[in-house]
Design a protein around this ligand. Structure first.
Ligand code: ATP
Length: 210
């Protein structure tokens, strides 16, 4: 069966943590492809001041020429709020023969019960959770802990299955978009944190202005 990795995010901006996770998802689970899907208008957080088209362009630049990683612009072009359930159902309709393997970090996982139709989300594909520094994996709400206990399988290609949940064996990556925005606002170098540092600086969008 064809396997499609789905990695949504604000990517405000994209960083090496995102890229490392996308690559790790693809290689460790032998997926056919991983699609990075920048969100348009996120329902869970204030809309970023940087436009969806600009965030999309940086994601495109970051993965240019990298085989197996693709950018999917469906959320950027959607009108209104972007709910992950709509995106996954749409992808499933477009690729009925494929298994969707969608990735979130531990911070997003802990908040999952706040997401629109979160129980339905768990049914659409195989959920993979990446560890993240400072976000404990345990200490979940009882509802989420129960879902994890019922659905958990090891993260191997053979165990990929709709409705199941795995933890990605990825390194802990101490990088965030917030850190990059903060550093740029102080005029600091971010080239160790993101492959698009030159584009970010040239845009002037996060930079400190007097
Ligand atoms: P911000 O600092 O603005 O909140 P972010 O770095 O968390 O941004 P997002 O685009 O919001 O980046 O993240 C997209 C997805 O990637 C989320 O599921 C998030 O949990 C995950 N993610 C981002 N960075 C990491 C990281 N360093 N380790 C693990 N997961 C991460």
């Amino acid at each position: 069966m064809r396997t499609i990795g789905v990695f949504g995010g604000t990517f405000d901006p994209i960083h090496y943590g995102h890229l490392a996770l996308a690559r790790c998802l693809r290689t460790s689970l032998a997926l056919d492809e991983v699609r990075l899907i920048p969100t348009g208008l996120p329902p869970h957080r204030p809309a970023p001041p940087v436009s969806p088209q600009q965030r999309l362009a940086w994601v495109q630049a970051a993965i240019a020429g990298e085989s197996g990683l693709l950018v999917d612009d469906r959320e950027v072009n959607r009108e209104g709020y972007c709910y992950t359930i709509d995106t996954l159902l749409e992808l499933q309709q477009d690729t009925p023969d494929a298994l969707l393997v969608w990735l979130i970090g531990a911070d997003s996982w802990r908040q999952l019960t706040r997401w629109h139709r979160w129980r339905d989300l768990l049914e659409v594909g195989h959920l993979v959770i990446a560890a993240r520094p400072e976000y404990a994996f345990n200490d979940l709400s009882p509802d989420l802990a129960a879902e994890f206990a019922a659905r958990h399988v090891n993260a191997t290609p053979a165990q990929l299955s709709r409705g199941k949940i795995s933890q990605l064996a990825s390194p802990l990556l101490p990088v965030s978009s917030t850190l990059i925005r903060d550093k740029l606002s102080r005029g600091e170098d971010v080239s160790a944190l993101t492959p698009v540092s030159a584009l970010l600086v040239a845009s002037g969008l996060y930079c400190f202005k007097e």
